[in-house]
Design a protein around this ligand. Structure first.
Ligand code: GLN
Ligand code: ZN
Length: 735
C-alpha cells in the first residue's frame, strides 16, 4: 500500500488580523486602489501557502482565496455576469453590493453554515464563456514561490443547482467551459484539480444524479487534463457515491464527520479499488480537537476501501477561526480541547504521519467538559414543561390584562446603536469607565429610547438593547458553559466577519441577565415593555457547540437557563416577553428525512423555555426570513402568542400561508424592510396593512418593522416609525 498523504480542502481567507476585511472596505471607501488591494490579497495568499506547506501537508490547495465570495468568483470564471453589470467600472463588487442604479445579486446561506454566497442568476439564454484568469494566476503565483498547488473550483453541478433559476438544460454548455479550463490548467502544469460538489449532501433527484454522471463522464474522458478530485462535504452523499465511483475521476473526497454513514456506503459499493479517497476526518466546521485515536481507527478502516488514502478535513476550514494561539484569555481547560484552522492542519499532518508509522504525538490528555449535576437533575425532573391554557383562551386573558388596541404597534427590540453607545461598551472593556458609569450611560440611553417611543405613540415598547454587542454573544458572556474569543473571527459574507461564542460545557445561568435593564425601562412608562431574549436554537446556531452530547440535550440546557430568566422577568412585572428565534430555519437539515426530528427538538426547546409562564404573560417570538410557509406548522407549534416575521421583502406572501394554515395566533408581518435606509411612506404602509387586515383578524394583527433597528440611523428610524404608527391608526379607524 502506498504511503498515506495529507491535504485540506480550503483555508480561511481573511488573514490573522482581518487584513482582507480592512483592505476591501478601504478600497470601497476609495482609500486603497485596485492595484494595492491585489497586492494585499497576494500577500495573504503567499502567507497561507507558505504556512500550509511548512506545516507538512503533502498537497496544498489554491484558488480558495476570494476577495468576496468563491461563488461570485465562479460566476466571473464561467462568464455568467448578468447583463445589468456589463460595462460597470467594478462589476465584481457591484454584483456583491449593488449601487444606486443597480440591484446586487441575491445573497443566501451556504448550505447549513453561517457563510453566505451570492446566488448566480442564470436565465435560459445564458451562454457561458471561460475566464481562466483567477485560478491560473493563483496557481502561477504559488508555483513561483516554489509551491505546487491543487486549484479548487466549485463543481459544475453545484454551481447550477445553487443558481436561480435552476436549469439543468444549461449543464452541457457549462461543462464545456470547465473542460476548456481543465485543458488550460493541464497546459500550465497543474497535476490535480479539486471540484467541490457539496450539493450532493442534500436530496437529489434522478435527473440531477443523471446530470452528475453526464458532467463527470465528459470531464473524465478529456484527453489532456489534470487528475480530478471530486470533493463532497456537509453530509452523506448517498446514491451519488456509486455514480462518481463509476466515472474516471481519480479521487473522491468524503466527509466522515457530518456524514459518518459514508463509511458504510463506501463498503457497500466495494470501496474505490482504482481511486484515491480523500478522507475528511478532521472536523472543518467545529472548533474541537480531533480525537486522534478515533481518527486513526477510522482511517485504518478506510485504507482498505480505496487504492490510496489521503487524510483531510471534513470541509474547507473557512468555517473556523484561524489560530488558537492568538487567544490569550481562554480558560486553560477549555483551550486544551480546542483546535482552530492552523491547529487542524497540524492534526491532519499528524494523523497522516501516524498512519505511515511515525509514533502518534502524545498531545495533552483529553479535558472534560464542565458537568452541572443540578442542571441535569432539573431537566430530568421537568417532565411537562408547558402548563399553559390553549392559545385562544390565553388570548382572551391577555386582551383583558394588556388592554391593547387592534393592530397594536411595536418594534423588534433593538434601536440604532449610536457611536456613543458603542464607545461606552468599548470603554468598559478597556477599563476607562467604571461599571457604575457604564450603567448610567445605558440607563440614559434606555430612558431616551423609551421617551421617543412614547412620543411616537407605539403601543408596546422595548428598552432598545443598547447593552448588547450581539444578540448571542451578550448571553454567551453571561451564561456558564460558554466562552468567547478575542480573535476568533469567521467570514460570514464578503468583508463581514462574526466571532461565534464557544459552548463548551453544561450551560447554566449564574444570575439574571436582562432583568435590571427591562425593569428599569418598565419603570419609566405605563405602557408594556417587552422583555427581550435570544431563543435556544439561535443560541446554538450562531455558536460553536460541544459535540460530545446530542444537540437536543444542549438545547434543553440553554432553554432551562432561559426559562429561569423568563420566570424572573415575569416576577419582576414584565408582562410581555419576546424570545427571538431568527435561526430556527437555518438549522433545518439538508436532507428532508432529517427535518421532522430536528423541528421536534427545536420546538420542544422553545416550549421548555417559554412554557412555564402564567397565561396572562404574553410570549412573542421573532424570525427574519421569507420562506414562512415552509415551516409555518413548526412556528405554530412553538405556541408563542405573537410571532413577528419578515414580510416586506417577500411582499407579504405569508398572508396566503396564514390563511391556508389556520395559524390563529398573533402575527406581525414586518411592514417595512429595515435592511435599507429607505423611509416607507404612510401611504404604502397603509396599503400593506389594509391588505394584511383583510386576511388576518384585526385583534391578531400586529404592526412592526421586519427586524431590529440596530444597524439603522436615527433619522430614518424615527421617520419610519412615525409613518408606521400613523398608518396603523388609519387602518384601525377603518375596521
Ligand atoms: N431582538 C433582536 C433585535 O432587534 C432581533 C434581531 C434578529 O432577529 N436578528 O436586534
Ligand atoms: Zn430579525
Amino acid at each position: 500500500m502506498s504511503p498515506v498523504t495529507s491535504t485540506i480542502s480550503g483555508y480561511p481567507r481573511i488573514g490573522p488580523d482581518r487584513e482582507l476585511k480592512r483592505a476591501v472596505e478601504d478600497h470601497w471607501a476609495g482609500r486603497v486602489d485596485a492595484a494595492r488591494l491585489q497586492e494585499i490579497a497576494a500577500g495573504l495568499r503567499e502567507r497561507t501557502w507558505r504556512e500550509l506547506s511548512a506545516a507538512g501537508l503533502t498537497t496544498v490547495p489554491s484558488n480558495t482565496f476570494s476577495l468576496y465570495d468563491h461563488v461570485l468568483d465562479t460566476i466571473v470564471m464561467v462568464g455568467a455576469i448578468p447583463e445589468r453589470f456589463a460595462g460597470l467600472a467594478e462589476p465584481y463588487f457591484t454584483m456583491a453590493r449593488g449601487d444606486e442604479g443597480v440591484a446586487p445579486l441575491e445573497m443566501t446561506k451556504w448550505f447549513d453554515t453561517n457563510y453566505h454566497y451570492l446566488v448566480p442568476e442564470l436565465p435560459p439564454e445564458t451562454r457561458f464563456r471561460l475566464d481562466w484568469s483567477k485560478p491560473l494566476a493563483e496557481y502561477a503565483q504559488a508555483k513561483a514561490l516554489g509551491i505546487e498547488t491543487r486549484p479548487v473550483l466549485l463543481g459544475p453541478l453545484s454551481f447550477l443547482l445553487l443558481a436561480k433559476p435552476v436549469d439543468l438544460g444549461l449543464l452541457d454548455g457549462l461543462v464545456e467551459v470547465y473542460a476548456e479550463l481543465l485543458e488550460r490548467l493541464a497546459a500550465a502544469g497543474v497535476a490535480e484539480v479539486q471540484l467541490d460538489e457539496p450539493v450532493l449532501a442534500a436530496d437529489r433527484s434522478e435527473r440531477e444524479l443523471a446530470a452528475l454522471r453526464r458532467a463527470y463522464d465528459r470531464l473524465g474522458d478529456l484527453p489532456s487534463r489534470p487528475h480530478l478530485l471530486v470533493s463532497t462535504y456537509f453530509g452523506e452523499i448517498g446514491p451519488a457515491l456509486a455514480i462518481l465511483a463509476g466515472t474516471r475521476v481519480e479521487a473522491i473526497g468524503l466527509d466522515f464527520v457530518a456524514g459518518p454513514g459514508n463509511l458504510e456506503a463506501l463498503a457497500a459499493i466495494g470501496g474505490l479499488p482504482d481511486k484515491t479517497l480523500v478522507a475528511g476526518v478532521v472536523d472543518g466546521r467545529n472548533v474541537w480537537r480531533a480525537d486522534q485515536t478515533k481518527a486513526l481507527s477510522l482511517c485504518a478502516a478506510l485504507s482498505g476501501l480505496a487504492d490510496r488514502l489521503v487524510v483531510g478535513t471534513s470541509c474547507s476550514l473557512l468555517h473556523v477561526p484561524l489560530d488558537l494561539d492568538a487567544e490569550t484569555g481562554l480558560d486553560p481547560g477549555v483551550r486544551a480541547r480546542l483546535a482552530f484552522a492552523k491547529q487542524k492542519v497540524a492534526e491532519v499532518v499528524a494523523i497522516g504521519a501516524a498512519l505511515n508509522g511515525s509514533p502518534a504525538p502524545a498531545g495533552p490528555p483529553p479535558a472534560h467538559p464542565i458537568v452541572n449535576a443540578r442542571v441535569r437533575a432539573r431537566l430530568d425532573a421537568l417532565r411537562d414543561p408547558a402548563t399553559r391554557l390553549p392559545h385562544a383562551q390565553r388570548l382572551a386573558i391577555q386582551r383583558r390584562s394588556l388592554g391593547l388596541p387592534p393592530l397594536a404597534t411595536t418594534t423588534i427590540g433593538s434601536f440604532p446603536q449610536t457611536a456613543d453607545v458603542r464607545h461606552a461598551r468599548a470603554a468598559l472593556r478597556a477599563g476607562t469607565v467604571t461599571p457604575a458609569e457604564y450603567d448610567d450611560r445605558m440607563r440614559a440611553e434606555i430612558a431616551r429610547v423609551i421617551a421617543l417611543q412614547e412620543e411616537i405613540g407605539l403601543d408596546v415598547l422595548v428598552h432598545g438593547e443598547p447593552e448588547r454587542n450581539d444578540m448571542v454573544q451578550y448571553f454567551a458572556e453571561l451564561l456558564d458553559g460558554y466562552a468567547v474569543t478575542e480573535h476568533g473571527w469567521v467570514q460570514s459574507y464578503g468583508s463581514r466577519c462574526v466571532r461565534p461564542p464557544i459552548l463548551h460545557g453544561d450551560v447554566s445561568r449564574p444570575e439574571p441577565m436582562t432583568v435590571t435593564w427591562a425593569t428599569y425601562a418598565q419603570s419609566l412608562t405605563r405602557k408594556p415593555v417587552k422583555g427581550m431574549l435570544t431563543g435556544p436554537v439561535t443560541m446554538l446556531a450562531w455558536s460553536f457547540v460541544r459535540d460530545d452530547q446530542p444537540l437536543p440535550d444542549t438545547a434543553r440546557q440553554v432553554a432551562l437557563a432561559l426559562r429561569d430568566e423568563i420566570h424572573d422577568l415575569e416576577a419582576a412585572g414584565i408582562q410581555i416577553i419576546q424570545v427571538d428565534e431568527p435561526a430556527l430555519r437555518e438549522l433545518l437539515p439538508l436532507r428532508s428525512a432529517d427535518r421532522e426530528p430536528y423541528l421536534a427538538w427545536a420546538v420542544a426547546a422553545f416550549r421548555l423555555a417559554t412554557g412555564g409562564v402564567a397565561d396572562r404573560t404574553q410570549i412573542h417570538t421573532h424570525m427574519c426570513y421569507s420562506e414562512f410557509g415552509e415551516i409555518v406548522g413548526a412556528i405554530g407549534d412553538l405556541d408563542a402568542d405573537v410571532s413577528t416575521v419578515e414580510a416586506a421583502r417577500s411582499r407579504m406572501e405569508l398572508l396566503d400561508d396564514l390563511r391556508t394554515s389556520g395559524f390563529g395566533r398573533g402575527i406581525g408581518p414586518g411592514v417595512w424592510d429595515i435592511h435599507s435606509p429607505r423611509v416607507p411612506s404612510t401611504e404604502e404602509l397603509t396599503t400593506a396593512l389594509r391588505r394584511a387586515a383583510s386576511s388576518v383578524d384585526a385583534t391578531l394583527l400586529w404592526v412592526n418593522p421586519d427586524c431590529g433597528l440596530k444597524t439603522r440611523d436615527y433619522p430614518e428610524t424615527e421617520a419610519s416609525l412615525r409613518n408606521m404608527v400613523t398608518a396603523a391608526q388609519r387602518v384601525r379607524a377603518e375596521i
